[in-house]
Every structure is written in structure tokens, then in C-alpha cells.
Write a protein that binds this ligand. Sequence first.
Ligand code: IPE
Ligand code: IPE
Ligand code: MG
Length: 232
Amino acid sequence: MHVAIIMDGNGRWAVKRGLPRPAGHRAGAETVRRIVEAAVASQVSVLTLYAFSADNWLRPRREVSALMKLMKRYLVSERLRCIENGIRVNVIGRRDRLAPELVRSIEDLERATAHGDRLLLRLAVDYSSRQLLLKAARESRNPTTFEEFERCIESVSHSVPGVPSVDLLIRTGGEQRLSDFLLWECAYAELVFSDTYWPDYTEAEFRAALDEYSRRDRRFGQLSGQLSQRSA
Ligand code: IPE
Ligand code: IPE
Ligand code: MG
């Protein structure tokens, strides 16, 4: 099962407490740790987290640099935990605008965790679905199937190959929009929105979203009966 999360609401969480916005991002990083553990425990096989969008570069310089610093620290501090828990880390998005030291930390962690087989944790950094789709379209030579084009998208995104489409997309923080995240991959995703700001998002709420997902009737354009017949 592939779960994707738009981790939103860090800034508002901080402002509500009279703290600077980066304090919200730091608290959000703690939530990442907890939800990754919950995902492993719930036997989710792929978790894709939206950490920094291509449009987030337009935020004030101080906030961008706080986010970059936090990302670098996270990639280093989580190394052992990921290796011990069988978590394979993969950073998707553009890399040409990231600081060379950050790219090195990304490559290090990807290498160090490449054998993890319990959870594929994809972190979307400098990510824009539309930019990547455009790049894939430019670089692919007449793909004839969805799967072929998906391999092109993965390749331009620095994603490991063969990742299944998103089954469940969660967005915290109260907004109900995609913000240029996994537009192709979410074609038939179930959507769950939460008003909770990301730093306050709990394992219990995550598990409740998985329960909600399991109650949904996914039809993929067909009738429920047809699908259960095929899988029987
Ligand atoms: C999400 O939280 C994290 C990033 C975009 C990096 P925000 O920073 O968007 O928090 P809000 O939406 O302003 O509360
Ligand atoms: C989306 O959140 C990006 C991340 C969570 C990293 P934003 O806060 O940037 O999205 P908008 O601006 O509300 O659409
Ligand atoms: Mg936001």
C-alpha cells in the first residue's frame, strides 16, 4: 500500500503559539519520525511525504534556509534509525537547485539504506508534479503505455523504479488541495483531509485514516461487483 502525505500546517501551528515559523517545522520533523514508525507498524509499503515544494522557494529567505538546514539535519540524524528499521529512503524531486552538501547527504542516506525492505520512505524535496511531468514528456521517446511513462516520471524524479500509484493521500492542516503533488500518481487515490496541524498529527489519527481508507469502495471506473469477481 502506498500512502502519501501533504504535511501542512507547521507555520500556523507555530504562529498560534507565538513562536517563529521555523519552530513549527522543527516540531513537524518530530511528527515525521512518529508517523514513519506508525507506517512501518501498519505495514504500509511506500510512504511519500511532501517536505518542500518547488513553489516553497518563493517563501522568505530565512524560512527557506531554516527548512534546508532542518532537512540536512534530519537526513543525518535518521540514518541509524532507518537502517535498523529496514527503511529505505529515497528523495524525489529536483536536485540541481539544492546545496551540494544537501545532495551529498541525500545520496549518502540513499546508499546507506538501499537494502531496507520494510518501508520505502520517499521524501519529496524541491518537488513539482507539473515540472516533472513536463520533463518526463520531453525526455521520453514516445512511451506507449502508462507503465512506460511512469518509468520516465520516476527517472526524472530520482525515484526508485516500480513504485505503485498512490492508494491513500492524506493532507493535514485544513486545506483541501493537491498543491502540485503527485498529480499523475494520485489518479485513483482515496483522499483524506484532516484539520490537525502537522506537528499535532498523531499515530492514532494516522491509523484512523488507514481505517477510513479500508472502508472506501474503490471502483476504478467499474462496478464493485466486477472488481471482486476478478480478484476472486
Ligand atoms: C508545511 O507547513 C511545510 C512546508 C510547506 C515546508 P507550512 O509551512 O505550509 O505551514 P502553514 O500552511 O503555513 O501553516
Ligand atoms: C504544500 O504546502 C507543500 C508542502 C507541504 C511541503 P503549501 O503550504 O506550500 O501549499 P499551499 O501554498 O497551501 O497550496
Ligand atoms: Mg502550508
